[in-house]
Design a protein around this ligand. Structure first.
Ligand SMILES: C[S@@+](CC[C@H](N)C(=O)[O-])C[C@H]1O[C@@H](n2cnc3c(N)ncnc32)[C@H](O)[C@@H]1O
Length: 164
């Protein structure tokens, strides 16, 4: 990898700042952006939209923590050690965008995958989510619990690497 950076306001990485501060100043484009920061719906949504502005054609945006195992793991504010937050809600929302191909890899805590339609895959979004909700933050864990395979478009790692 020619150039690799990490953004975190408190620890590790190469840039000691929030993701908002980073994207405000950023002029670079990236082949791969991995989002694993503040696990709150509003922030993840911002991080996804900013990432899509700075991803190269043919690049990939990955989002950690898309598959919470139980209601506590996705509660905001945080109440458990193992915590995914409500990242899943931001991913459900982005899944409704027909210009993107979106999957959730069934690995670790669920890795959301975003590819721009027509760049890696030809044609249109092959599995869009047809949902029209005003405020995705108001989604309930029960909706996710009952429908997560379709909502998140879950894919096994072995099948995902055939696509990317
Ligand atoms: C689950 S940890 C992941 C750390 C790192 N990605 C790693 O794998 O080691 C989440 C990190 O997000 C950072 N964080 C919290 N709010 C953030 C924000 N607004 N922008 C960027 N990073 C943030 C925290 O400081 C924390 O280190």
């Amino acid at each position: 990898m020619q150039k690799k950076i990490g953004v975190d306001p408190f620890t590790g990485g190469t840039h000691r700042m929030t993701s908002d501060e980073f994207f405000y100043k950023n002029k670079d484009k990236f082949d791969c952006i991995f989002i694993d920061a503040l696990h709150h719906y509003n922030q993840v949504k911002k991080d996804i939209n900013n990432s899509l502005k700075y991803i190269n054609d043919g690049g990939i945006v990955l989002i950690h923590d898309c598959l919470p195992q139980n209601i506590e793991a996705q509660s905001v504010p945080r109440t458990t050690i193992d915590w995914n937050g409500d990242v899943w809600k931001a991913f459900v929302e982005i899944r409704t965008n027909s210009n993107l191909n979106t999957y959730t890899c069934f690995a670790d805590h669920g890795i959301g995958v975003i590819l721009k339609v027509g760049v890696i895959l030809k044609g249109k979004n092959e599995n869009p989510l047809n949902l029209n909700i005003k405020d995705y933050k108001k989604l309930k864990f029960l909706d996710y619990y009952k429908n997560h395979y379709e909502m998140m478009n879950i894919i096994e790692y072995e099948d995902l690497i055939k696509i990317i």
